[in-house]
Structure formats: C-alpha cells, structure tokens
Design a protein around this ligand. Structure first.
Ligand SMILES: [Zn+2]
Length: 388
C-alpha cells in the first residue's frame, strides 16, 4: 500500500488522547488505530504482539525476524494518540489531499511518521534476508499525556533480554527529516500549603493557607532564577522551572485550609526527576523555616534525551538522510519525546520523521506528501544499510 493511502486511512481513524477530559467515546483512545495496524502487519505475515495498558488502549509491536541470528535490532517507534480537535478549522478526520499536502488531526504528529515507518517496514519485510538486523515496530499509546505506552515497551521481555547497546531506536516525531539527538525532559509536582478553615467573619480563628502560599512563592521565584543562572547544557541551555496553576479555598466566606501550585521543571540530560524534586524541597525547606508547606512526589516524570548515547546511530542514519536529501541537520530541541524513556533504559535513540513540529497540534494540521515519501525511503535505506 502506498504511504499516502496508509496515512489517509490512519487519519480517518480518530485516536484522541482525552488527557483527563471527558470527550465523545467514538473519538477517544487508540484502539481503532491498533486494530488497523495489527491487520496491516498480519497481512504481510509479520509476528505481532498486543499489550493492553488500559481499557481501549493497547501497545502493538510487530517483528521482522530475518533468518539467522541478527546481532542488531532496529526499533521504530510511533505513538498512536493525537491531541484533541478543539478549534480545528478543517475536517479533523477527512484526510483531504490538496496541493501536495494531506490534512487532518495527527497527519503531522505523528500518523505521518507512523505511515512512513510502517510502509518502510512492509518493503523491508518483502526483501528480508539473512544478515539483516531484526526490525521491530512499536505503535504506542499515550505519548501526548502520560508516556505510559513507551514505559511498557522498555519493560517488555523481548527488549529486556537484549544488550541495550545492540538496539538502535528511531522515534517518530515531525523533525523535517532532521535528526534530533538531544532534548529536555520534564517533571511536574504540586507545592501545597495547609491551613485551618473557619468562617471568614472571624478569620483570626483560622489559619489561611493562601497567606502561607504567598509567603513561600517569592522563594520559588528565586529558585527559578537560581536554576536558570546555573551553567546549562551546551546545546539545550539551562534547566528551568515555572509555576503553571494555583488553586485554593472553597468559597469567599471561608478561610481556606488548602492551597496548591502546580510546578513544571524542565530537566537537562543527566538530571533525574527525583533528584530535581528533592533539590527543590530541600531549598525551600532551608529558605522558609516555620511556614507549613509540602512538596508532593512527582505526578509526571519524563527524562531528557542526552546526545552522548547515540553517535554511531546518528552517523548511520545521517548518511542515509544526506544521500537522499543532500543535507543533514542534527538538532537539540526543547520538547520531550518517547526517545528519552529508551535512552533512560540505555538504548541509543534518536528522533526522526517527516513534517514540521510547527504543524503539530495546529487548527489546520497537515503534512507534505513529499516528506512522507522521503522519510519512508530514508528509513528503508537505513535498515538495509545495516545488513552484514
Ligand atoms: Zn508526537
């Protein structure tokens, strides 16, 4: 099947990640895409494995096992979920083609990358012979919100039984056919202040949690400035911290006994989420003695992607990109991807795919068909170039 038709089919199957919201049942979760891709791989004769992570949400893995004992495994990974469709000005599931572009939610992020990978997989499957690397394609869930899909993949027995260095992972995201070999990570937690509630007509009888939070916040801002002034990563710059939401109290005539701020901390390669939280907690503890506050454990943690793990992979994939496009760019980006979880498991991983990140999550999301085809050819050449 042609890569454009494959992408059109995928765009027509809604797979919205509800991200904690209540959205129509017929639009959410990945199962329609999982069913479709399972058939796609089974029809060519590939071995597949489905793993249920949550109801309606399954990882799918397809295996291309060449004859003999391949010493290397190449993993293609693409997430099945998309962001919601609020405010879109095109038919999100229409897959309309016009002037060399295909339109729809997920066309760019990242069903386009998935189509290029799956199409390359199918061609390599037909050409498989001994001496080729094993090729595995993972279609994961929940990249846009909680990263639960990729966490399950790195813990699957087929991958755990391998020497991590013998696996090379290519993670699909729209990079305009550049290689991204470094990006920041993120960890999020709550800062909470407690108080004692009472009627607001006698505030002296209570302890106002919002006042407590107000005393702590200047030190949080000071901490954020301290972080951003530390020597950063040569390509990614400094770590950072930002407070995104604040909530507290139940009504205007009650002294609030609770106030919480959500904290977002961007991580550099080498930093662990737990250490980042601990450092913040210790800093505030030293700066605000006597003020009752709590720093929760993280409720979301995604590590950074470091560039020191993947030079050989960058060389090998880079040669194929340069041969096809005449140009190779290796970038460091601020956004996070599933590649970081692979890197955390010591598997060399890079991000690569068709389309531009500036078209991801937009109200008229699209991808250039030319990019899809080039990505497919580059991925094909890359796997074949690794044959002994
Ligand atoms: Zn994506």
């Amino acid at each position: 099947m042609d890569v454009t038709n494959l992408l059109a089919d995928l765009v027509k199957l809604p797979s919205i990640n509800p991200m904690g919201r209540v959205l129509p049942e017929e639009l959410i979760f990945e199962n329609r895409v999982t069913d479709y891709m399972e058939k796609f791989f089974k029809n060519m004769g590939a071995r597949t494995q489905r793993t249920k992570i949550m109801p309606g949400r399954e990882n799918l893995v397809a295996f291309l096992d060449p004859p003999g004992n391949p010493s290397r495994t190449i993993l293609f990974e693409a997430h099945q979920d998309t962001v919601p469709i609020d405010g879109m000005i095109i038919d999100p599931f229409g897959a309309k083609i016009e002037s060399g572009k295909l339109y729809g939610r997920g066309a760019c992020d990242v069903k386009g990358g998935m189509a290029s990978m799956a199409s390359a997989f199918s061609k390599i499957f037909k050409a498989k012979k001994s001496g080729m690397p094993q090729l595995v394609m993972a279609c994961t869930i929940d990249e846009e919100h909680g990263f639960q899909g990729i966490q399950n993949i790195v813990n699957q027995s087929w991958i755990k039984s391998k020497d991590p260095k013998s696996v090379w992972a290519v993670v699909a995201e729209p990079t305009r056919l550049h290689i991204v070999n470094a990006h920041k990570g993120a960890v999020r937690w709550d800062l909470q202040c407690k108080g004692v509630s009472c009627h607001s007509s006698t505030p002296e009888k209570g302890k106002n949690a919002i006042y407590n939070m107000a005393k702590v916040m200047p030190f949080v801002e000071e901490y954020a400035k301290f972080l951003s002034a530390l020597p950063g990563h040569p390509r990614l710059g400094a770590a950072s911290l930002s407070c995104g939401t604040i909530r507290g109290g139940t009504s205007v005539n009650t002294v609030p006994d609770f106030c919480a701020v959500q904290v977002d901390r961007r991580l550099l390669p080498g930093e662990t989420p737990d250490a980042a939280v601990r450092h913040f907690r210790d800093w505030l503890g030293a700066k605000c003695p006597g003020i009752p506050f709590e720093v929760t454990d993280p409720w979301l943690a995604a590590p950074a992607l470091g560039d020191e793990f993947s030079p050989l992979l960058v060389d090998a994939l880079g040669k194929c990109i340069k041969a096809k496009t005449g140009n190779l760019q290796v970038d460091a980006e601020p956004y996070g991807t599933d590649a970081a979880s692979l890197c955390e498991a010591l598997i060399p991983a890079v991000v690569f795919g068709p389309g531009s990140i500036s078209q991801a999550h937009t109200k008229d999301e699209w991808i250039e068909i030319e990019q899809l085809k080039l990505a497919e050819e580059i991925l094909y050449d890359f796997v074949v170039s690794q044959a002994a």
